[in-house]
Design a protein around this ligand. Structure first.
Ligand code: ADP
Ligand code: ASP
Ligand code: MG
Length: 408
């Protein structure tokens, strides 16, 4: 007998029929003698709908109130799922995040989980109940409702698994595992039986939203056995996220291709090339809480230099305004912006021991006539920025170049 946390994403609970199917699946696991905690998301599209409602009232919604609104989607699905389980003859009880007490900090709309009180859950499990806990939400010390950022139910599930020392955390979604790239963009993408935490962390942070990045961080830190599976297929082992040592001796060099459309690039031209300038440029951007991703500073020829960086597309206009102000102060030649770019990345721990991956990548893109605008590398990833219209082509070319397509 094992203790298992099962998370079901939005598409898996998108209708009452699908919720009934989830209940049937949970009931089967329960019948095998396991203790089960279920974490549903809101019905798919519901969180978007709730946020859109808030924006009809205010274009800059108060974050505390936004969380009060956005968290309600999951309150509906926990109730429905607990009822559906009872219809299956399974004892079940639902809890919101604040009821459990999932304690978070007070960073509304992207709160971090600090602690989970496991007392009520343990009592209910001992009583033979399936415990249904709302994903995506918690409460801060003062009892304010908080949410964990988009896709945050994954993190709720992993955090519960860590707090209760569960044997496994299963993330049920609309694909049957983690693929070499998003199968919606590359139909030739292949399901991976395993992927290392390190690689999954990179894939998630570079745009593969199959798992929320924080859930992977949490699982790595607390050694939670994490698996991604399909809620629409019965067979299959899904993808297990592993620590590196567990993988086979012969690593593939590249495990996957990730991408992110949500990027924008800003360039300030002809700024004086002297100490402190990077800080003068990026300081005001950081103060406005805008995250900066890639940064490039060119070689100076005439004692001035060009400086480019990328930000999330949603923050492009704000960043552009700030940069124009800075440009004026510094006497720069001008500011340019481009919000029709995307980032494509190749990820793989095998890269560490294989030189020449970057040149192979640039060669393949060059042959397709794809111009690279920015490059950034780390030990286990290479990212490039290209025009957004090349996204699909770049993903497919790299997928093929690194031999990730399905075996013939
Ligand atoms: P859920 O609602 O179940 O949380 P998400 O939409 O958040 O589901 O995540 C699943 C989706 O992630 C898939 O439908 C797929 O399009 C996308 N995805 C992106 N990259 C990958 C990848 N490498 N492997 C599998 N799915 C991926
Ligand atoms: N319902 C939330 C969202 O749409 C959380 C989740 O689905 O994981 O972002
Ligand atoms: Mg998700």
């Amino acid at each position: 007998m094992a203790l298992i946390v099962q998370k079901f994403g939005g598409t898996s609970v998108a209708s009452t029929d699908r919720i009934k199917n989830v209940a049937k699946r949970v009931a089967r696991w329960k019948a095998q003698g396991h203790d089960i905690i279920v974490v549903p998301s809101a019905m798919s599209g519901e969180t978007n709908r709730l946020i859109a409602l808030a924006k009809e009232i205010s274009t800059t919604p108060d974050p505390r109130e936004l969380d009060v609104i956005a968290s309600t989607g999951e309150q509906v699905t926990i109730g429905l799922l607990a009822m559906a389980l009872k219809e299956e003859g399974v004892k079940a009880k639902s809890y919101t995040g604040p009821q459990v007490r999932v304690l978070t900090d007070s960073t509304f709309t992207k709160a971090r989980i600090l602690q989970i009180d496991d007392e009520r859950i343990r009592e209910d499990l001992a009583d033979g109940c399936v415990v249904v806990v709302a994903g995506f939400q918690g409460a801060d010390e003062d009892g304010n409702i908080t949410t964990l950022g988009r896709g945050g139910s994954d993190t709720s599930a992993v955090a519960l698994a860590a707090a209760l020392k569960a044997d496994e955390c299963q993330i049920y979604t609309d694909v049957n595992g983690v693929y070499t790239t998003d199968p919606r963009v590359e139909p030739e993408a292949r399901k991976l039986d395993t992927i290392t935490f390190e690689e999954m962390l990179e894939m998630a942070s570079l745009g593969s939203k199959v798992l929320q990045i924080r859930s992977v961080e949490f699982a790595g830190k607390y050694k939670v056995k994490l698996r991604v599976l399909s809620s629409f297929q019965d067979e299959g082992e899904g993808t297990l996220i592993t620590v590196e040592e567990e993988k086979q001796m012969e690593q593939p060099i590249i495990s996957g291709i990730a991408f992110n459309r949500d990027e924008a690039k800003l360039t300030i031209l002809g700024v004086p090339d002297r100490p402190g300038v990077a800080y003068q440029l990026l300081g005001p951007i950081a103060e406005a809480n805008i995250d900066v991703d890639m940064i490039i500073q060119n070689v100076a020829n005439d004692e001035t230099t060009d400086f480019s960086f990328t930000v999330n597309r949603g923050e492009y206009n704000k960043a552009l305004e700030i940069l124009k102000g800075t440009a004026e102060k510094l006497g720069a030649r001008g500011v340019q912006g481009d919000n029709k770019i995307c980032k494509v990345s190749a990820v793989g721990v095998g890269m560490r021991s294989h030189p020449g991956i970057a040149s192979k990548m640039f060669n393949a893109l060059g042959r397709e006539g794809i111009n690279i605008k920015m490059i950034s590398t780390s030990e286990i990833k290479i990212s490039i920025v290209v025009e957004e219209k090349y996204l699909e082509l770049a993903v497919r070319v790299l997928h093929k170049t690194f031999g990730l397509d399905k075996a013939e």
